[in-house]
Design a protein. Sequence first.
Length: 550
Amino acid sequence: KFSLRYLCVLCIFAVSVFADWSAFRGNMARTGYTAETTGLPAEAPEWTITFKKPIVSSPSVVNGIVYVGCRDSVFYAIDLYSGSILWSYKTGGWVDSSPFVTQDKVLVGSRDGYIYQFDNETGRLIFRLAAGLQLSSPVLTKGGEILSGIGPPYNRFSVFTPDVVGPEWAQYFTQPSYSSPAVQDDIAVIASNEGVLYAINYETHKILWQFKTNGGAYLSTPSIKDSIVYFAPGDYDPYVYALDLLTGKDLWVDEEESLSLANRGGAITGAYPMLLHQLSLMKPTHRKATLNFLNGQQHPLAKVMQSNKQNKTGSDGIIPGGGGIKTSSVTVGTENLYVIQRELGYSNDEEMRPVSRYTLFALNKNTGLKTWDFSAVQGHPAPGYNSSPIMAGDKIFFGWGDGKMYVLQASSGEVLGERELDGHIVSSPAVAEGKLVVGTMNGTLYSYALNATAPGLSFEKSTYCYPNPAKGDFSHIQVYVTKSAKIEIIFYNIAQRPILRKSKQLSPNEKWTYDWKLTSVANGVYFARVSAKYSDGSKDRKFLKIGVLR
């Protein structure tokens, strides 16, 4: 037997917390992280739905149902396994807000100025709250309060009690708040577009602290982990901040590493963003003439734009320092933070076509120092904001302009897989129950089974179980060997007693997936010991933790 009692207790906690993807960024703390172990997206989606309008809303998945809004002004509930629409509700405006789902209710905001609450199985409207233009993803606390950032005309953070007509309490801002509140205990952290991050005790209605950033915070949402707030404002502030949740003390800022544009393109003047925008609207001949004029005036932007040596990625584009910065929300993993930055620039040809450089940064969450980064220069998409990455197990899932969806190894940045989707990706993906769900600006919602084998095939890397935790009728255990071997899988319950034994002879480079039927298996944590005895006498062994939550 093997002693795993302490580990089992931790696993039960993980299963209970991470079983669903219930909110924008996965949970109320907005970490963008789930412990669910997954494979890679299958080559083809299990299903797609094409709506008539773009999808900006990020999906949530609870109890086998996908909830997502669309710019056809409709909010949808969709069966995760079949892709059939279970119910829908027509609002009076675009549903760009991302839903928050409990076991029996779902909350979502609309640009028509209301927050809606539905019965999550039937779609029955329970109530709606007048809340101003909604891009923020609301939260329903354990005490029954609804928390949300508010856009025009109110521009505030509001605490609602459902049986009260107006907000119970509000903190007014000078600019709209499209950021979504991150919540730990009785503290909500939220940003406004005036470039200030606020920590608010939503029960006592007291502002605990304010933190001024170097630029606006349009849609970026803070994350909270272990009483530390991580935040990337975006717009013209390229930095990531780590703040103490209780005091607002700045623990570190990544000025020296990762996102420091001052090290890559020089300081930006206030005129650059407007000038970049104006240049992007010009005809190529007019743009070239304008740049020649600016060069004659020794304008610093022209010097950067005309140089083929400064700040380019390969031969694809020139990215002026600080121009048009847009930054995603931060994902908080086990060791690193993950954030996407988009910068605007131009191609290195006579046309000087607008391009965007997207970069996913991995930063050490204790120091802010860069661990690795992954970049691509692509065509200039219309949306002025970014999809945010998520982390499932040891993998990072994200998408960006031109319909690129990637899976990277979280520790190294190694590209494990990519898929071409139809349309720019602004919606952030969701992972739950062994599925990846993501929408595009062309109005298509995709669901992929996460059961493909990782590249760099080996017993250690390509042997795993999915979905984990398992909520359906099966848990699938995949085994891969590079040489002839006899495989034995022994399943154990939490008391470390064997409950099932399976074996199979595999040929070299063969993959075997055993489907463990769960219809008579109780909820809880189980373990599988996978052993490989090779024909040459060598051996391999791997232990798998399997959560069952049906």
